[in-house]
Every structure is written in structure tokens, then in C-alpha cells.
Design a protein around this ligand. Structure first.
Ligand code: SAH
Length: 199
């Protein structure tokens, strides 16, 4: 494959299947193709994808996992608590063999990875649902790529400043479809914090 292929990745991501029986309580929203390709391309350019062991916490339908595999990570580990997404995830990632799918709670994961990708729950529906993700992201990896609600910026930045040797962050937009009853528009934009931290 010739690099860079960010646009190709966006196209591939737009073809992936979405959540089966989506659960608001688990804050199941896929990262949209534009933001996901941006994150993966940046990680690739920083040398954190190709040939690396990558873990994706709260993989959902496998958007970020697909990106890491597409940009030739060594091995991808995807963690998801919701068994209902098993068939979606297996289908979305079927063309890649260098993957491990773990169906379980992120809190139970241990080990060491080069790179952590993490767009988990924001803790907007179940308070503090984001905390085990933060805790794990910074303890499992050497570098972390994290997406969170922009509203939590001060908290996350303060957390990262205690855990990282260096980090940077920016405000980006996450575009999500209407899938849950409380949404009033077909699609909506959410301001998100995108943080890259080296431990
Ligand atoms: N990371 C994906 C999905 C984001 S939605 C993407 O960027 O497209 C958040 C995901 O985290 C959901 O699939 C949800 O089921 C999962 N999740 C929520 N709590 C979890 C937990 N404690 N352990 C593992 N996965 C969890």
C-alpha cells in the first residue's frame, strides 16, 4: 500500500456496519470516518501504528481498530464489553488476521502495548463510566490517543499532565447520527477533545 492513504481510509470506514441493537447506557457512537481517519493518520505519521502493537479500548464497531489494521499495525487488540457487537466487529474486521478481540470490561485488561486508542464512553449517561478507560489508557500503553467530550477538557488535561512526559491536545468535531430517542436532529456535531500523550 502506498502512503499516505487517509482519504482511502475514510472511504473504507464509511462502508463499515454500525451498532447492532445500540445501547445508550454504553454511549455507543462510532467515531465518524473523518475524525477517525484524522486520528489514525496522525498516529501513523508519528510512528505509532505501523509495526506496533495497538490496543483499542471500547472498540464498538471497530472504527479505530480498522484504521490501525489498515495502516499496518503489527497486532491489534480490540476490547468491547457488549457481546451484541461481536458479529458486527467480526464482519467489519474480517479481512485482517492480525487481531485479537476481547469481549469484556476494560477494567479487567492488563498488559503492555505500544499504542492505545481510546474513544470510550464520555461518562455523560453513566457518571464516571469514562474513568476506567482513562486509568487503563495511561497504564497499558507507551502512547495514548484519546477522544473525549470537550466539556471534560480541564479534568482530562490535568490527568494527562500527571501521567505523561509530553502531551498535546486540540478541539475537534465528532459528527454522530441520530440513534437514541433523546436526539432531536438527524445528525449532530459534538465538540471533542483529542489528546495525544506519551507516557
Ligand atoms: N471506540 C469506538 C466506539 C465508541 S462508543 C469508536 O470510536 O468508534 C464507546 C464504546 O465503549 C461502546 O462500544 C461501548 O459498548 C464500549 N464500552 C462502554 N463501557 C465499556 C467497558 N466498561 N468496557 C469495555 N467497553 C465498554
Amino acid at each position: 500500500m502506498s502512503f499516505p492513504a487517509k482519504k482511502d481510509l475514510e472511504i473504507q470506514l464509511s462502508k463499515l456496519s454500525s451498532f447492532h441493537n445500540p445501547k445508550n447506557s454504553l454511549e455507543q457512537y462510532s467515531t465518524d470516518p473523518v475524525l477517525a481517519a484524522y486520528v489514525i493518520n496522525l498516529a501513523f505519521q508519528r510512528g505509532d501504528i505501523q509495526g506496533k502493537n495497538v490496543i483499542d479500548l471500547g472498540t464498538g464497531t471497530g472504527t479505530l481498530s480498522y484504521g490501525a489494521l489498515y495502516f499496518e499495525c503489527k497486532e491489534l487488540t480490540a476490547v468491547e464489553v457488549d457481546e451484541d457487537q461481536r458479529s458486527v466487529l467480526e464482519k467489519n474486521l474480517e479481512k485482517f488476521s492480525n487481531k485479537k478481540l476481547i469481549f469484556g470490561n476494560v477494567a479487567s485488561i492488563s498488559g503492555t502495548w505500544d499504542t492505545v486508542l481510546c474513544n470510550g464512553p464520555f461518562g455523560s449517561v453513566v457518571k464516571d463510566a469514562d474513568l476506567p478507560f482513562l486509568e487503563k489508557a495511561f497504564s497499558l500503553g507507551k502512547v495514548v490517543y484519546l477522544i473525549h467530550n470537550w466539556k471534560a477538557k480541564d479534568f482530562i488535561v490535568s490527568y494527562a499532565s500527571r501521567r505523561c512526559t509530553e502531551f498535546s491536545y486540540e478541539r475537534r468535531t465528532l459528527n454522530i447520527p441520530r440513534i437514541y430517542g433523546h436526539h432531536e436532529k438527524d445528525r449532530m456535531n459534538i465538540d471533542v477533545l483529542f489528546l495525544v500523550g506519551r507516557i
